[in-house]
Design a protein. Structure first.
Length: 255
C-alpha cells in the first residue's frame, strides 16, 4: 500500500485536519455508492493492539450507518463451527448501495483462532484452499473487496498493550486472547504469512497498514480505501429549513 503521508510522528492538529478532509471524501464515496448501486466489503485484520479499532472508528465516524457500517461478529457457536466459514458472514454482506466493514473478518479463523488452538490444522488448510475461491465468487458477483492487514513492530505492540493494562479506563480493551497472541507473536506471524501466500490474489490483494504511528497509519489506510472507488462527488442542492406558522399563544416547549 502506498503511504501517502510518509513517515515519522504526526502532530495531533495535523492529523485532525487531514482526517476531516478524508472523512468528507468518505461521505462523497458513500453517496456515490448509494447512487451507483455499488457493493463493497472492507475486511480489516491484524495484530492485537495494532489499532484496528481506531481505524474502523475513523472510517465510520461520519458515515451513515445505512450506507457504510461495521459488522463485528462474536466467536462462532458450536453449531456455526460445523458450517462453511462464509456462512457466518454471508447474512451481513452488502446490498446495493452499501459498504460493509468486517473487523474481525473471516480471516480470524486462519490467524487468531488457529494460533489459539480453536481451529484445527485440517480446518486451517481447508480455509486456505477454499478462501480464494469464495472471494473470487464475491468479486465476480460485483462486490468490491478491500483487504487490510494492520501491522506493527514488537516494540510498538508491547508499549501499546502495556499502556492499556496500566490504564484502568482502557484495561477492558485487553482480553486474555490478546495476551496469548502477544506471547505467541511469532506463531501468529507464521499464520499471517500463510494467508498472504494463499489468499493474496490479483482480484483480492492484501494491503499492509503500518500502525507503529497510529495517526499516520490511519490516514494512509483511509486514503487507500478512498482510492479504491472510482467515485465523483454527488451534486445535490443544499436543503433549506422551511418556514413554520406562528404558534400564537400555544407554548410547545416541554418543561
Amino acid at each position: 500500500m502506498t503511504e501517502a503521508f510518509g513517515a515519522g510522528v504526526l502532530a495531533r492538529h495535523c492529523y485532525q485536519q487531514v482526517l476531516a478532509k478524508l472523512q468528507l471524501e468518505l461521505c462523497h464515496v458513500q453517496e456515490w455508492a448509494a447512487l451507483s448501486r455499488e457493493r463493497a466489503i472492507v475486511a480489516v485484520e491484524g495484530r492485537s493492539g495494532a489499532g484496528k479499532g481506531r481505524l474502523v472508528r475513523a472510517l465510520t465516524a461520519q458515515a451513515s450507518a445505512d450506507l457504510l457500517r461495521r459488522v463485528h461478529l462474536p466467536r462462532r457457536t458450536e453449531r456455526e463451527d460445523a458450517q462453511l466459514f462464509m456462512q457466518h458472514y454471508a447474512p451481513h454482506f452488502p446490498a446495493y448501495g452499501e459498504i460493509v466493514v468486517f473487523s474481525p473478518s473471516w480471516y480470524r479463523q486462519a490467524t487468531a483462532e488457529f494460533v489459539l488452538g480453536l481451529c484445527t490444522y485440517e480446518q486451517h488448510c481447508h480455509f486456505l484452499e477454499t478462501c480464494p475461491l469464495a472471494e473470487k465468487y464475491l468479486v465476480d458477483a460485483g462486490i468490491r473487496l478491500i483487504k487490510l492487514w494492520v501491522e506493527m513492530g514488537p516494540e510498538s505492540q508491547e508499549r501499546r498493550l502495556a499502556a492499556r493494562l496500566a490504564d484502568p479506563m482502557r484495561r477492558w480493551k485487553v482480553e486474555v486472547s490478546d495476551l496469548e497472541l502477544y506471547r505467541r507473536r511469532y506463531d501468529f506471524s507464521k499464520a499471517r504469512d500463510r494467508i498472504f501466500e494463499y489468499t493474496d490474489t490479483d482480484y483480492a490483494p492484501w494491503h499492509i497498514v503500518h500502525m507503529d504511528d497510529e495517526r499516520r497509519g490511519t490516514l494512509n489506510a483511509l486514503n487507500h480505501i478512498i482510492a479504491q472507488f472510482p467515485y465523483q462527488a454527488v451534486e445535490r442542492a443544499r436543503p433549506r429549513l422551511p418556514s413554520r406558522p406562528e404558534s400564537h399563544s400555544y407554548d410547545d416547549y416541554a418543561s
